[in-house]
Design a protein around this ligand. Structure first.
Ligand SMILES: Nc1nc2c(ncn2[C@@H]2O[C@H](COP(=O)(O)OP(=O)(O)OP(=O)(O)O)[C@@H](O)[C@H]2O)c(=O)[nH]1
Length: 350
């Protein structure tokens, strides 16, 4: 394996509700050359570590394991320690033997605290960068899972990429309903149907702002603002009166929308601008992603946040397209577009 560089190590988080097919997918992924240099960390739930035995061991993929318990609860200790230790545990002659990390979380984990740790822990934030959150959702049982488990809705809402598993077990109506719901919960995340774990590794790599190999990150794909039609929620529910769901189901609380700001943001107002965002941030602002045009700067600034954590803005080498407007996408829980608009008054104009 080639020597490790000092640039931050990309981390992919693979999550999804219990039994959604994460380990099955992981087994396929780790066999592919693109992930030959990945280190896999598997979180176990319960006292007996099992999943790690189900993942193919190969000479290239080292698998380590967390202590038992739920990842989001033990995050401050176990994951931090594991991520800190692997850089020397998996080194030979002073060279790190892996270039990326794949973390499979327990199905009950809320990915937000994990992202929080990666983004804010003084040491980890320097060493690692989140590449993307990949969420598996079972096409056959997905509707019931979303109905019963708010954590599954949160997982789907903040995903950068959705893996739809077990299509062979789903009937057409279950599939249609689930796709409709996902169009409202997370309209922009690419979706891949995955049968028995078969998935090309490319689908789950380079999802975010991090680019190994010095390539420009695919911000257009990451932001995908066109997917956030103003009426995504409206359309998704179809207004065809063919949905028999309980109107109080968890995902009816999720909103997804996009703002565009035509004029460049004056550089001296950026701090105030970010303060507005910071003021809004909290558990019900599930995810914000944005690209900002700062007056007098040729390069765009990219921001993203998960709940109350706002990642420090990143300057991109170039604009991803001819569209130079600032654009922000929001995924929220029970916070409507009007509230965000009111908070940003004067900053945001469509
Ligand atoms: N029919 C069918 N079964 C699948 C598919 N994908 C996974 N499974 C099965 O679903 C079961 C659960 O899959 P896992 O990969 O263990 O799911 P998981 O999300 O890792 O489960 P936990 O770690 O318990 O949360 C296993 O028996 C898999 O063989 C699929 O596409 N079709």
């Amino acid at each position: 394996m080639s020597p490790a560089s000092s640039s931050p190590i990309p981390v992919t988080l693979l999550t999804g509700f219990l039994g959604s097919g994460k380990t099955t997918v992981l087994n396929h992924l780790v066999r592919q050359p693109e992930l030959a240099d990945a280190l896999v960390i598997i979180n176990e739930f319960g006292d007996m570590p099992l999943d790690h035995m189900l993942v193919a061991h190969s000479t290239e993929n080292a698998v380590t394991e967390m202590s038992s318990g739920c990842l989001c609860c033990t995050i401050r200790t176990d994951l931090v320690r594991t991520l800190r230790d692997i850089t020397w545990r998996f080194s030979r002659n002073g060279r790190r033997q892996f270039r990326r990390v794949l973390i499979e979380t327990t199905g009950l984990a809320d990915p937000a605290p994990i992202m929080h740790t990666l983004m804010t822990h003084p040491q980890l934030a320097q060493q690692y960068r989140l590449d993307g959150i990949v969420v598996a959702l079972d096409l056959a049982a997905g509707n019931a899972t979303l109905d019963r488990h708010p954590e599954a809705v949160r997982q789907a809402a903040i995903a950068d990429c959705l893996l739809l598993t077990k299509g062979d077990l789903a009937d057409a109506e279950a599939r249609r309903m689930l796709l409709q719901r996902l169009a409202a919960i997370n309209p922009a995340a690419p979706r891949h149907e995955v049968r028995h774990g078969a998935l090309a590794a490319d689908a789950v790599l380079h999802l975010g702002l991090f680019s190994a190999e010095g390539k420009a990150p695919d911000v257009a794909r990451w932001l995908h603002e066109a997917a956030y039609a103003d009426d995504a929620q409206h359309q998704a529910h179809g207004h065809t009166h063919d949905h028999h769901h309980d109107v109080n189901r968890h995902d009816d609380h999720i909103r997804a929308f996009c703002f565009a700001v035509d004029d460049p943001i004056p550089a001296d107002r950026l701090t105030a601008w970010l303060d507005v965002l910071r003021g809004l941030a909290g558990p019900d602002i599930l995810r914000v992603k944005g690209i900002l045009n700062i007056a007098g700067q040729d390069q765009p600034l990219v921001i993203h946040s998960v709940q109350h954590i706002i990642h420090p803005p990143i300057t991109l080498p170039a604009w991803p397209s001819a569209d130079r407007r600032s654009r922000l996408v929001f995924i929220t829980r029970d916070i409507g577009r009007e509230t965000i608009e009111a908070a940003f008054q004067g900053f945001l104009r469509d």
